[in-house]
Design a binder for this molecule. Sequence first.
Ligand code: ARG
Length: 563
Amino acid sequence: MNNKEIVAKALQAAIGDELSYDQIVNFLEKPKSADHGDVAFPTFALAKIFRKAPQQIAADIAEKIDSTDFEKIEVVGPYLNFFMNKTVISQAVLKEVVANGNHFGDSNIGNENNVTIDMSSPNIAKPISMGHLRSTVIGNSISLILAKIGYQPVKINHLGDWGTQFGKLIVAYKKWGSAEAVKAAPITELLRLYVEFHERAETEPVLNDEARAWFKKLEEDDAEALELWQWFRDESLKEFNNIYDMLGITFDSFNGEAFYNDKMAEVVTMLEEKHLLKEDQGAEIVDLEAYNLNPALIKKSDGATLYITRDLAAAIYRKRTYNFEKSLYVVGNEQTVHFKQLKAVLKEMGFDWSDNMEHIKFGLITKDGKKLSTRKGKIVLLEEVLNEAKDSALQQIVEKNPDLPNKEEVAHQVGVGAVIFHDLKNDRLNNFDFDLKEVVRFEGETGPYVQYTHARAMTILEKANFKPDAKVSYQLNDADSWEIIKLLQTYPETVTQAADQYEPSVIAKHAIKLAQAFNKYYAHTKVLVEDQGKEARLALVYAVTVILKEDLRLLGVEAPNKM
Ligand code: ARG
């Protein structure tokens, strides 16, 4: 139970049936300053009911409550200020954390139901960019958070492995490429070819016609086209997998756009049967005026299918295959209209489950204030960023802890963790600028700061050779430990809040606050001094290590024991 619930229960008993428990909870406030206690109850609403002055009501209620859960209850005008009994609460909270370990905060809200998470989904033959990094780490964290509350996440990498760009690539490869160059550095070379194609097509528009023709061949299962396509896909996926390995992220499915090639005819037939398709200058569209949206283009005049056609087939396939409770698409803001159209078409088709599809949007990453794009070859290679982050972490570790045995391994955990943490600590809708120096700092609101705090706390436990015991009553009642206890106590609701909002930043912010509260505590308190309170202080340190590590785990970040 959290403090508001404890207070509400006590108030309910004192007030009687005049106010429901839920009404009471709604009235409760968190005082701005700790001088006014942990929870406050304004009595204005009761004045009418009891026909008494709020001040009098507050005093009467205070009289009636007699519980060891509170240190004191102050009546300040019409307010009742509750001061929680730190000894009682800390004992209960520490007991729960010690008993449950990293399963503290687990629940079965999800009832094992499936949630599909469309995430990462980079495009073949193009580098996986900082933008795809966002989708990858946000999707991964959401999957971990949902699993903690009892859902079965299904992580789907909807690879961009089909579309007119393959026509362009084949043309460019045949004209200006070589097998050796592709083998040596697949994505770099394929990107070079793609960029070259666009540059030349500006003055040589026939190239576009050739590209269209090759894509048509591909769609018609031409052997040469298919072989090249498969090769581009395999080589690209190898490079993507290197990055996923570095991030420690796995997928349940790599069914990309091409997977739906043989599943779109059924979609088109369904649309026809429901009389939803309209002809428009030779193309087939679904009118979405009723939704205030532009029409969805299902088939071009040359018969080629589109991004949205494949997404329609994919959505239906996912419903049939996974019977999802929710279907999430972790994709940048800029595709908002696409996902609105996708849902609207499915709704028109009579699929009410389309209401359970959700576009989990996120903002842009900029570098030095500028947008990153692949079209003009202006890209930041993710692999380079991760390696730079690792190097920077290594430098700092060498300075801080020259004797650390597994420096390389820890540098990897810290460097990569720093990039992930930085991405997740702000509300996902915010845009943010990527400055590597900022990201890998050991101070401030960074991943390394949280990891460092965790490692520091682990060292204390090791020094003391502390073993927690769920049968022992650990009790604390000082102000600094109280700040930590409150952050531990509210952990389960922090997790559900992060899940409800699909917002990993809720977890990241909790980690930062917990690390800060711990560092403040440690600066003011001699944890290891030999007195009666030592075991309780160590239990608190232990609980901090467990929850910091769990926070980091939910973000997809590792927590080294030493750094
Ligand atoms: N490949 C797309 C891109 O890089 C993202 C795909 C998102 N998922 C989807 N089902 N449309 O922009």
